[in-house]
Design a protein around this ligand. Structure first.
Ligand code: NAD
Ligand code: UDP
Length: 311
């Protein structure tokens, strides 16, 4: 029996890879998106598959469909995009969580929420385990995203406790790969596009802040394994690659792999930019038998090849 799976935000970077993977695993996929940051072209190759359906819908409004599983990804993820219309961002997270939980309750579907490492804010504990409650500024420029995602976790857990919905929360750490928008604004796509176009590489602040980057295929494996866990396991669970790099180190790797002669240009650090980030993935290893397999350089090579093709 094919499963019917709803992917909100399915035309975005991660969502488009997820839709493809779920179709390859012989499921029926309903992809819902309002195209704020996603593009139809990301899922164009899937449209010829009769088990794929694309729906324009804004998750701030309720949606009704008979489905077995829901992956809730709808939300802009890049700081420039989520700060463009912060009220819309927080509404998307919160109303989206309410609408998706309501749907999961009504049709008894299992739901996986794409939460984020941003719930840890500017962390005072390093690396970050799931038990850490975080250090988030509730009134800053990033709060519409961070607090929206924190509140969404609350909504899913309350629906789980009150209405017994089957929910799974994953905290995704910085993820990259093909299908990122060239103007996405996140660091890996910025650096690669700048390097390929011979423009200056924009390093914010001193470039000493760190992030841990996972390739999208590793994330998909973690998501699918999480969805398959027993019904009473909700997480939250970190899905990320513990390899930690400064933004200056990352710039040097991108310059080397692209063979670019671009120079580095230092720009001011955006407010509330977390100083360090690295997942503790013990829980994912234990519960999902999962750990990332793709090394940064290998993932970057794939991503560079994608941007060479589309630019
Ligand atoms: P993305 O911006 O490429 O994808 C988000 C998708 O959601 C887009 O297609 C967008 O059009 C859609 N969307 C936004 N608001 C919507 C709304 N109101 N109704 C319907 N669709 C809407 O970003 P992504 O990197 O693919 O992120 C996907 C999810 O994963 C997001 O929820 C994000 O918070 C989460 N996440 C991503 C990362 C990462 O590093 N990429 C890290 C942590 C969490
Ligand atoms: N960054 C940078 N140059 C860029 C874009 C981002 O130095 O062109 C930095 C940014 O300040 C942050 C890190 O790279 O410290 C990761 O930023 P991104 O927006 O990719 O993700 P997030 O801050 O949400 O983890």
């Amino acid at each position: 029996m094919k499963k019917r799976i709803l992917v909100t935000g399915g035309a975005g970077f991660i969502g488009s890879h997820l839709c493809k993977r779920l179709l390859e695993e012989e499921n029926e996929v309903l992809c819902l998106d309002n195209y704020f940051t996603g593009k139809k072209t990301n899922v164009l190759p899937l449209l010829k598959n009769p088990y794929f359906e694309l729906v324009r819908h804004d998750i701030m409004n309720p949606y009704y469909a008979e489905v077995d599983e829901i992956y809730n990804l709808a939300c802009p993820a890049s700081p420039i995009h989520y700060q463009y219309d912060p009220i819309r961002t927080i509404n998307t997270s919160i109303l989206g969580a309410i609408n998706v939980s309501g749907l999961a309750h009504r049709v008894k579907a299992k739901v996986l929420q794409a939460s984020t490492s941003e719930v840890y804010g500017d962390p005072k504990i390093h690396p970050q385990p799931e038990s850490y409650w975080g250090n988030v500024n509730p009134i800053g420029l990033r709060s519409c995203y961070d607090e929206g995602k924190r509140c969404a976790e609350t909504i899913f857990m309350d629906y789980h406790r009150q209405y017994k919905i089957k929910c799974k929360i994953i905290r995704i750490f910085n993820t990259y790969g093909p299908n990122m928008h060239p103007k996405d604004g996140r660091v890996i796509s910025n650096y690669i596009v700048q390097a390929l176009q011979g423009k200056e590489i924009t390093v914010y602040g001193t470039g000493q802040q760190t992030r841990s980057f996972q390739y999208v295929d590793d994330l998909l494996e973690g998501m699918i394994r999480m969805m398959a866990t027993e019904d009473n396991f909700t997480g939250p669970i970190n899905i990320g690659n513990p390899g930690e790099y400064t933004m200056l180190e990352l710039a040097e790797v991108v310059l080397r792999l692209t063979g670019s002669r671009s120079k580095i240009k230092f720009l001011p650090l955006p407010p509330d930019d977390p100083v360090q980030r690295k997942p503790d993935i013990c829980l994912a290893k234990e519960k999902l038998n999962w750990e990332p397999r793709i090394a940064l350089e290998d993932g970057l090579k794939e991503t560079i090849a994608y941007f060479k093709k589309i630019l």
